[in-house]
Design a protein around this ligand. Structure first.
Ligand code: RVK
Ligand code: MG
Ligand code: MG
Length: 310
């Protein structure tokens, strides 16, 4: 059990970095045959995923103030990771102006807050950590999103992605039932836009649609509703890890992020040993990501043991 769970946690974090690096290296190509090698660097998606994992480990669960501090510190160390427009401005408000993490600071940048995919792209460690506690998962995802993304659509996108990761961890390879997976994640969303997208994903899976139709119906943009369902679809439309991330990246648009999210779900289902060795060896910081996955798994076990004994 231990070995399988750690393999899934590791697959998820490495899968994020690999999908991200593959998308970052894509350079406009949409020909599947040309998308084979990952780039030397991952981007903000993985950098922020690392911040979420580090914070969960250190606090043995979600702590908004500490997670925001981790985001700021990691950003200051590597500001060149290709962050979205909003988060660095929010980090400045926290750092220089002493603003609190839970003030909904993104509402000062976007009317109603940001619905970018930045909350969903980094949420995978929460899906891992709370994989068998849906209520705690929801609470942590909402809190972690609000640091930079308080728009309902960004939060729902992050919830959907976190639940997809949690479900992928709980689904033993090769037992995936694609229809059942889609039905279960659909149960998490409340807004019409996500329900419609997930319904469309089911129809597209049934008729083995081409990429043009997939992009048209699901989207490939930087907005959460135009990328989270697309990443879930890429996972479900594929037969192995490699196909899932290559397909996700081939859809273009926000390729690093759709690649990262598809990679997180696929890695959590297939486990690290089913990720091609050449990618595992060439992925930036892979040793640290592996170590982080193991520590996250240990922290999640300690926490659930603590819950049972209290
Ligand atoms: C560079 C109108 C809105 C909006 C609103 C749009 C990295 C804006 C990663 C904004 C990801 C963009 C990506 C991103 C993650 C959001 N009205 N437009 N209310 N809310 N947008 O700034 O962390 O690549 O066009 O919050 O979500 O790889 O520029 O950043 O691809 O979404 O950035 O939203 O970005 P932000 P983010
Ligand atoms: Mg990025
Ligand atoms: Mg991106």
């Amino acid at each position: 059990m231990r070995t399988m769970e750690i393999s899934k946690f590791t697959g998820c974090l490495l899968g994020t970095a690999i999908g991200d690096s593959l998308g970052a290296a894509r350079e406009g190509s949409s020909e599947i045959a040309e998308i084979r090698e990952i780039g030397p660097r991952y981007t903000d998606d993985t950098a922020m995923t690392i911040g979420v994992a580090e914070s969960l480990i250190r606090c043995r669960g979600f702590d908004g103030e500490e997670m925001a501090r981790r985001f700021v510190e990691n950003f200051l160390r590597e500001p060149w990771r290709g962050y979205g427009a909003g988060p660095p401005r929010i980090f400045t408000m926290i750092l220089r102006n002493g603003r609190r993490w839970d003030e909904g600071l993104d509402r000062e940048l976007y009317p109603g807050g940001s619905f970018g995919n930045g909350a969903a792209m980094r949420v995978a460690p929460i899906g891992l950590f709370y994989c068998d506690e849906p209520e705690k998962l929801r609470e942590a995802v909402c809190g972690a999103s609000r640091i930079t993304h308080s728009h309902e659509l960004a939060i729902e996108g992050a919830l959907l992605q976190a639940h997809a990761v949690a479900l992928a961890v709980r689904t033993r390879y090769p037992d995936l039932n694609r229809e059942e997976f889609l039905t279960q994640v659909k149960g998490v969303v409340r807004s019409e836009v996500y329900r419609e997208k997930l319904d469309a994903a089911g129809e597209l899976l049934d008729r083995r649609a081409d990429r043009k139709q997939v992009i048209q119906r699901l989207g490939n943009g930087v907005e959460a509703p135009n990328s989270v369902p697309t990443a879930i679809y890429a996972f479900l439309a594929s037969e192995d890890f490699e196909e899932a991330v290559v397909y996700a990246v081939s859809l273009g648009g926000d390729a690093d992020t759709i690649g990262a999210m598809a990679g997180a779900i696929a890695g959590a289902y297939y486990g690290v040993e089913r990720i091609p060795l050449r990618w595992r060896e060439n992925c930036e910081n892979s040793r640290y990501l592996e170590e982080l996955a193991e520590r996250l798994w240990e922290a999640s076990r300690v926490r659930s043991r603590g819950d049972r004994s209290s």
